[in-house]
Write a protein that binds this ligand. Structure first.
Ligand code: H2B
Length: 115
């Protein structure tokens, strides 16, 4: 698998295949602290991020929103004091696509850029 953070999202059709267990495992190996969860029968990538306060958490949310709009692939984001939770999945296929691994990797990259 190529370096996920350097990949781009591809246009995803409703009949696109979901990630296989092997592809998912291979992708998760490139990511930091992401878990695969099944919520309402939909597999999703989930990671929680901690910040010193609400302002830093909000800035991170804005950065995630920016890459989502840039790539036309959008997450669920929960913003709390000092904490952000991000879920990535592909609505069209009600599951996980390579795009979700790519966007999780780009989400991690935002942290590296903020350090
Ligand atoms: C028309 C637009 O490109 C599509 O609805 C995009 C928008 N963003 C998306 N985001 C996610 N996570 N899954 C999708 O299937 C999706 N589809």
């Amino acid at each position: 698998m190529m370096k996920l953070s350097e990949m781009t999202c591809e246009a995803c059709q409703a009949d696109a295949p979901q990630l296989t267990d092997e592809q998912l495992a291979e992708g998760l190996a490139q990511l930091s602290d992401w878990r695969c969860e099944t919520i309402d029968d939909v597999q999703q990538l989930h990671r929680s991020f901690s910040f010193d306060d609400f302002a830093y958490a909000f800035i991170f949310v804005a950065q995630v929103a920016e890459i989502a709009m840039e790539h036309d692939h959008h997450p669920r984001i929960l913003l709390e004091y000092g904490k952000v939770e991000v879920h990535w999945w592909t609505h069209k296929i009600k599951g996980l696509h390579q795009n979700d691994l790519v966007m999780a990797a780009k989400t991690d990259q935002l942290l590296d850029a903020n350090e």
